[in-house]
Design a binder for this molecule. Structure first.
Ligand SMILES: C[S@@+](CC[C@H](N)C(=O)[O-])C[C@H]1O[C@@H](n2cnc3c(N)ncnc32)[C@H](O)[C@@H]1O
Length: 358
């Protein structure tokens, strides 16, 4: 399955779009959830772009004297065993998911690797005897912080890492850009019908292989996780996008860029990887924008918990009219809300209001 997923994109150039599903419908379905978990891990293991970047960066930054900490072993201890090949002095890996921890522990024990220590728990709460000079981690969502990685690293730094610790990767930037309506072609429609709900609705979609011709402006940084700097956990940001090509604007595309020690880069828009490029479709009826029009996006982020909350408020000013649209979503609990859209206002589930006071 995971091989087919990459094959369809690489060889056939297909775009795959998955609408975020209602978690309540699926949480009782163990078969579906086990299948999904397994599928996601295979996507990681077969992600050549990601794995090459980690491997090359480890070759440059881990040596026999390094003390390496990993957050998030995963059930296959994939990056743990990759780091182990560099023979660091000490390698400690922390996993918070019990099942993954037990599977990974069995795998690591099978390697007779005495310098690997696996610890069960959340990195935010674990105390260790040593301080580490390299941090390896891959808890990035398709919006960098969506898996709770920002708060995990932020709270681990002072306790477990040396002041000159190297981070693999160094940073994860999430970009945002206004886009025009994604209309799947015939083959894509069949595929999207099989794997997803209606792509034409307002909502949060995971898109793989997003067609670049739909990008309407120059992408700008929505979130900057540069790990050696203090990590901002609550932020309000206002960005103005000048439209560079006319089109039917209806939403915003996000994509991450992982920077590994200034050499290696993984970019979810340009590379075929396991990270999707989330497409938040805000306007039911697209707004026709022309070159030179301005789209202003005010965004709010609260990354202080493991269920980050995001909101975007869009204002489009054209010489003809002004349009507004909002969208708010949580990541792990996966709710979504669209509010006071001037053209097509409709409320979905309303979660507790997040407190954005900084
Ligand atoms: C995307 S998987 C990566 C697995 C593996 N490192 C790899 O790259 O193939 C992320 C793993 O991190 C774990 N994780 C996420 N946040 C964590 C935290 N705060 N402390 C410990 N483990 C965490 C998850 O349970 C999951 O197994």
């Amino acid at each position: 399955m995971a091989r087919t997923f990459y094959f369809l994109q690489k060889r056939m150039g297909l775009t795959i779009g998955l609408r975020r599903r209602d978690p309540d419908k699926y949480k009782a379905n163990n078969f579906f959830n086990n299948f999904l978990n397994d599928f996601i891990y295979w996507l990681l293991i077969l992600d050549d772009v990601r794995n090459r970047a980690y491997e090359n960066s480890m070759a440059r930054n881990i040596n026999a004297k390094s003390k390496v900490l990993e957050i998030g072993t995963g059930n296959k201890a994939f990056l743990t065993l990759m780091a182990h090949k560099r023979s660091p002095l000490l390698l400690t890996t922390i996993e918070e998911n019990k099942e993954s921890y037990l599977k990974a522990r069995r795998l690591i024990e099978g390697q007779n690797a005495e310098n690997i220590k696996i610890v069960y728990g959340n990195a935010k709460e674990i105390s260790l005897d040593e301080k580490y000079d390299v941090l390896v981690q891959e808890i990035f969502g398709s919006i960098g912080s969506a898996e709770g990685g920002a708060v995990a690293v932020s709270e681990t730094k002072a306790r477990l890492l040396t002041s000159d610790c190297k981070f693999i990767p160094d940073s994860c930037l999430t970009y945002m850009v206004p886009v025009s309506t994604f209309k799947p072609g015939a083959a894509e429609r069949v595929l999207n019908y099989l794997v997803s709900d209606n792509i034409g609705e307002v909502g949060f979609f995971r898109i793989y292989n997003f067609p670049k011709k739909l990008i309407l402006s120059k992408p700008q940084v929505f979130e900057d996780l540069t790990f050696c700097n203090p990590i901002v956990l609550k932020e309000e940001l206002v960005l103005q996008f000048v439209i560079t090509q006319s089109g039917a604007f209806d939403g915003v595309l996000f994509f991450i860029e992982l920077n590994f020690d200034n050499v290696e880069k993984v970019n979810a828009l340009n590379d075929i990887t396991n990270w999707s490029t989330p497409y938040v479709r805000v306007f039911e009826k697209p707004v026709q924008v022309e070159k030179g029009d301005v789209v202003e996006i005010t965004s709010f982020k609260d990354l202080s918990t493991e269920d980050p909350v995001y909101e975007i408020r869009i204002e489009v000013t054209t010489p003809r009219a002004k349009y507004k649209g909002n969208f708010k979503w949580g990541s792990r609990n996966r709710w979504a809300i669209k509010t006071d859209d001037a053209r097509a206002g409709s409320l979905e589930t309303i979660p507790d209001k997040a407190d954005y006071s900084v």
